[in-house]
Write a protein that binds this ligand. Structure first.
Ligand SMILES: C[S@@+](CC[C@H](N)C(=O)[O-])C[C@H]1O[C@@H](n2cnc3c(N)ncnc32)[C@H](O)[C@@H]1O
Length: 419
């Protein structure tokens, strides 16, 4: 590594690498950072000291915090990677892994950590595969280590050739497979919801991801849900735990909506503006017959809370539950959430009136000013106002002109296909 650093330093390269936590030191990380290292991937695998020895990774878990701290201090982005689904893994081992991974949600620099929790996948050449190759199990679950099938009989083909398609199989485990799938998929979904909201929520669960996951796992059993977790399921769980009017329910469903239009781990809130009061200087000649549609990166949102402000308060450390309650309104308010179409890392939130919302909703399908105006029975003065409003929405990329849509959609249209 030192030789590599000597060779690349001063050439303007930035690079990333993967490492064991016990193979780096403060000094080496310094040297690597100086030579352009901006990202490092650590395989930790398990938070259980006992399992570290059973699976022969033998990582000293006391290194976890200091090496994580050092790497982040040197401005590197860090990935920590864990595994569940080891045959010998017990309840307490999985819990220890969840808790160690969960610590990465709680840090103030959590946004620069990529948290991964994988299902153990059989791999050729490993001792475990050699030992258990005749006991492999198959359930067709698609993980990040295998792939979707393409033909209807692919599953059958793969099942009859475990020696070729071993990554589609799994080992028999002490813990139920459904639970292993649940904790990994739930962690993936929590990453999508974003660290600030998750970290705050964990305060209600002894600041431990393991406690949160087990509580949710038991809830899935109570409601009879079987299968992987996704963001919608987490929103349902939070609503069941805290109630529909609780700010946590609002925050989860807000982040869920937002992650569908952007990358929440990167999203920065930028100031919204009132609509359309701040005027519109956009110079478009708005023919009444051109159709407009709500842009893809836009969500219409209604809630008791201004969640964009709550998230900002969470991120800046100015949040407490009284603050949330103070920001709640007796009635639901309407907002437009948008992200930058190209980079999807900047979120704008505009508060709108319910009339404005009703109007914008007309543009779920391509609609023109004339059609809108007929539908609403507007007089000429009101139609002028509508035109101004549509211009303001266009300027902020909340509406797209139908001709602004990607080329292939236009081609379909000209062939008479409804998109
Ligand atoms: C290429 S490894 C990097 C390991 C790192 N260089 C180290 O030695 O700690 C990538 C990570 O993917 C995960 N991974 C690798 N093989 C896997 C498998 N067969 N099943 C599940 N996860 C696996 C592990 O968490 C592993 O640390």
């Amino acid at each position: 590594m030192l030789e590599f650093c000597d060779a690349v330093e001063g050439r303007g390269y930035t690079w990333g690498c993967s490492a064991r936590m016990d193979c780096v030191s403060e000094e080496l990380l310094d040297r690597m950072a100086l030579a352009g290292c901006r990202g490092i991937y650590y395989g930790v695998e398990t938070g259980s000291r006992w399992l570290q020895s059973v699976v022969k990774k033998r990582l000293d878990l006391d290194l976890y915090q200091p090496i994580l701290d050092s790497s982040l201090q040197k401005n590197m982005k860090v990935t920590v990677s864990f595994i569940t689904g080891f045959p010998e893994e017990r309840h307490e081992d999985q819990l220890a892994t969840a808790n160690l991974l969960g610590e990465c949600f709680l840090r103030s620099d959590a946004q620069r950590i990529n948290r991964q929790w994988h299902l153990l996948t059989p791999e050729p050449g490993t001792e475990l595969f050699h030992k258990l190759k005749n006991e492999l199990l198959y359930d067709g679950y698609v993980t990040d280590q295998n792939f979707l099938t393409m033909e209807i009989d692919d599953a059958e083909l793969m099942q009859s050739h475990p020696e070729i398609f071993m990554t589609h199989f799994y080992y028999p485990t002490l813990l139920p497979r459904s639970r292993n799938i649940f904790v990994t998929s739930a962690t993936h979904s929590l990453n999508k919801i974003g660290a600030p909201v998750v970290a705050h929520t964990l305060d209600f669960y002894d600041a431990k991801l393991g406690v949160f996951l087990m509580r949710m796992w038991e809830w899935t059993q109570k409601i009879g849900y079987e299968g992987p977790c996704d963001e919608d399921l987490i929103v349902r769980f939070i609503e069941d735990e805290f109630g529909i009017g609780h700010y946590l329910t609002s925050l989860f469903s807000y982040m869920n909506a937002l992650q569908k239009i952007g990358n929440v781990s990167l999203i920065k809130k930028s100031p919204g503006a009132s609509l359309p009061a701040d005027g519109c200087t956009l110079d478009v000649s708005l023919s009444d017959d051109v159709s407009f549609v709500i842009a893809k990166n836009v969500v219409l949102w209604s809630d008791y809370f201004d969640c964009a402000n709550l998230v900002e308060a969470l991120q800046s450390g100015n949040f407490n539950s009284e603050y949330a309650v103070r920001h709640a309104k007796a009635d639901r308010r309407n907002f437009i959430l948008t992200t930058t179409p190209s980079r999807r890392t900047e979120c704008k939130s505009f508060e709108i009136t319910s009339n404005a919302r009703t109007l914008i909703e007309l543009f779920h399908e391509p609609t023109s000013v004339s059609q809108c105006s007929t539908l609403l029975g507007l007089n000429p003065a009101q139609k002028d106002e509508l035109r101004g409003f549509v211009k303001a929405l266009l300027k902020r990329r909340i509406l797209d002109r139908v001709t602004d849509l990607p080329q292939h959609l236009t081609v379909h249209r000209s062939l008479g296909v409804t998109c």
